[in-house]
Design a protein around this ligand. Structure first.
Ligand code: GLC
Length: 609
């Protein structure tokens, strides 16, 4: 072929392909995915004042802030769910400062080593950033490190509320923190300081109950246990939530059509809001709280994340809270349709860190636009970032050594499980004890056991365990079911027969005692909102079948809240509120068979008659 042939081909190619190449290059350069690059000539230096742990924290913060660009500051103000990070390089590219695991969001395998590797992977990605600011990584370890296989699962707060025992709650928190730090996680979205005034709310079990003083006392104990400020830095950051008043959200007012209470509206007067709901937060702030999460409730139809009076005038000015304020899941973007306007309103109301939780690119471009337009001032951004960085230094993120596999043996260890077992037995509330049927003798001849929660760790544990909504079965949790605990406790001569549905081929009244363990399926948050918390027809049928075969019946209620059972209890001899005891079912047997007395006190009203 001669030269002219190729020349003509080349001309045709250039005429056709060149314009599209130009367009592609233009799109790439303008693509929103590549943020504007702020030049920073402080990159990757060592021995700088902010890196010197002998200096006071305020000096380290001041030095670091002076070296930060606007882009680096804005990246500290967003909290991202880890599953939205599809490229580790985005952590440096967008200067991201905080990640979280939403409920159940873990590595492919929930093993402790996989968690540690995942967290260390995220942290090591920050080394590619200019200033090497470590990530804050948060998780809902609200009844132990519940997402991690093998972790100790403590009773949910509603059960701890029944113990009225601050020392015990402090030890539960400390053990939880030890299992968290073993995986390199130093921020727990707990304690929940909501004062639950309506048990139809799915979050009732996440609270210490309906008594403000009990919530305040146990919330402070939990915070002190988690943070353990005996060292140069906090062990794990506590995060009191949800500011403010969520326990008084009114049934049927949810903004979310899937829910009835969650994301609902509060109409109580400010005086009541302060007397019932503010006191636990005041105690927590006095006790050292450094992060406070704002709930998605509305007060007088104004979303909490948009409320300057609550977040700045009361929380930051009146209570002198100097830590940082983080919004709850999408709580900011529910303010109005425009994401830009919602973000501006929330940050100006007093939100310092936005739990987006996914769209970090939009967040960053909106914040840069708001800063350039003056809709959010440099002073407000500097105030938020100063708060966040101060807390990061207080949590030792710049100074503490990386968590190593050797520390993982603390997870689910015997000492922690013993604390959990103590918490279980102290949380059991004896609701009825006709003719002193309880405690049971360990040497009865025949015990029959039945019920949906008798041999089911998932139901014992409830929501926020392995999965956000919990699990219904015996996978993903290592522990002792209530059935196993009963078998562990009785004498060798006692025959314990189990049938989940209550089908026993024995003659009527043959068993000395029938024990039926029933209650609620696992749930979390709005998915647990319900008009009439009660036992299912299936559970009630099982109780009737067992009663026919037994001389006495004891019903153990495994639930996140009181259930409406008053029309049934007259035929039951013993009734125990077990709440959501978690992995250590042996604690139930401890009081069932009298090794320990029942000491639990109702944390919320439960009308039996
Ligand atoms: C949830 C909850 C909050 C939790 C957060 C992160 O929606 O409201 O309690 O800490 O999101 O999982």
């Amino acid at each position: 072929m001669n030269f002219n042939f190729y020349r003509s081909k080349l001309i045709i190619f250039l005429v056709i392909a060149l314009p599209s190449i130009v367009v592609l290059v233009f799109i790439f350069l303008k693509s929103p995915s590549s943020p504007p690059v702020d030049e920073n000539d402080n990159c990757h230096q060592t021995n700088l004042p902010y890196q010197d742990k002998t200096l006071p924290i305020d000096q380290r913060v001041a030095d670091l802030m002076n070296r930060m660009t606007d882009a680096e500051k804005i990246g500290q103000m967003v909290l991202i769910e880890k599953n939205s990070i599809h490229n580790l390089g985005d952590i440096a590219k967008y200067n991201l400062g905080a990640l979280l695991s939403g409920g159940g969001a873990g590595p492919k395998q929930d093993t402790p080593i996989a968690w540690l590797q995942m967290i260390n992977g995220f942290q090591s990605a920050t080394k590619d950033t200019c200033l090497g600011i470590p990530l804050l990584y948060g998780i809902d370890a609200i009844h132990g490190h519940g997402n991690v296989l093998g972790a100790t699962i403590f009773p949910h707060f509603i059960g701890l509320g029944a113990t009225r025992d601050p020392d015990l709650v402090k030890r539960v928190a400390k053990a939880t923190a030890e299992e968290m730090t073993a995986t390199g996680i130093y921020w727990n979205f707990a304690p929940n300081l909501d004062v639950a005034k309506d048990i139809r709310w799915g979050k009732t079990y996440e609270t210490f109950g309906s008594d403000t003083a009990n919530v305040a006392q146990l919330g402070l104990a939990y915070l002190e246990g988690i943070q353990d400020s005996s060292a140069d830095y906090f062990n794990v950051l506590a995060n009191p939530k949800h500011f403010l008043g969520g326990g008084n959200m009114e049934y049927g007012t949810s903004r979310n059509k899937k829910f009835k209470v969650e994301e609902g509206n509060i109409t109580i007067a400010e005086k009541t809001l302060r007397q019932v709901h503010l006191i636990p937060f005041q105690e927590a702030i006095t006790g050292g709280a450094r992060v406070i999460m704002v709930g998605t409730a509305s007060w007088q139809d104004k979303i909490n994340s948009d409320n300057y009076h609550l977040l700045t005038e009361i929380l930051k000015n009146e209570l002198e809270f100097s830590g940082f304020v983080v919004s709850d899941w999408y709580g900011v973007y529910q303010i109005e349709t425009s994401k830009y306007n919602s973000l501006v309103r929330a940050v100006n109301a007093g939100i310092d860190m936005v739990m987006a939780p996914f769209e970090y690119k939009d967040f960053i471009s909106n914040m840069r636009e708001a800063l350039s337009k003056g809709d959010i001032t440099k002073e407000r951004i500097d105030d938020a970032v100063k708060r966040i960085l101060t807390v990061k230094f207080e949590a030792g993120l710049f100074d503490r050594p990386e968590a190593l596999p050797g520390g993982l043996s603390v997870i689910g260890n015997d000492q922690h499980r013993e604390i959990a077992r103590e918490a279980v037995r102290k949380s059991q509330v004896l609701l009825k004890n006709k003719n002193s049927v309880l405690p049971l003798s360990k040497s009865l001849k025949k015990i029959i056991v039945a019920g949906s929660a008798a041999d089911n760790l998932g139901r014992q544990a409830g929501g926020w365990t392995t999965e956000w909504q919990g699990i219904d079965g015996n996978y993903g949790i290592l522990g002792t079911t209530i059935l196993e605990a009963i078998k562990n406790t009785v004498s060798r001569d006692t025959d314990v027969e189990y049938n989940k549905k209550g089908d026993f081929s024995i003659r009527n009244n043959f068993a000395d005692v029938g024990i039926i363990v029933v209650g609620e399926k696992p749930y979390a948050e709005g998915w647990g909102d319900i008009a009439n918390p009660s036992l299912s027809p299936e559970d009630l049928l099982v109780i009737d079948k067992v009663k026919a075969k037994s001389k006495k019946v004891v019903v153990i209620m495994v639930s996140g809240r009181p259930l409406n059972i008053k029309e049934y209890t007259k035929n039951w001899d013993g009734v125990i509120a077990s709440w959501l005891p978690g992995s250590e079912g042996q604690g139930v047997a401890d009081v069932l068979f009298g090794d320990f007395a029942f000491t639990g006190v109702l944390p919320v009203d439960w009308e039996l008659y």
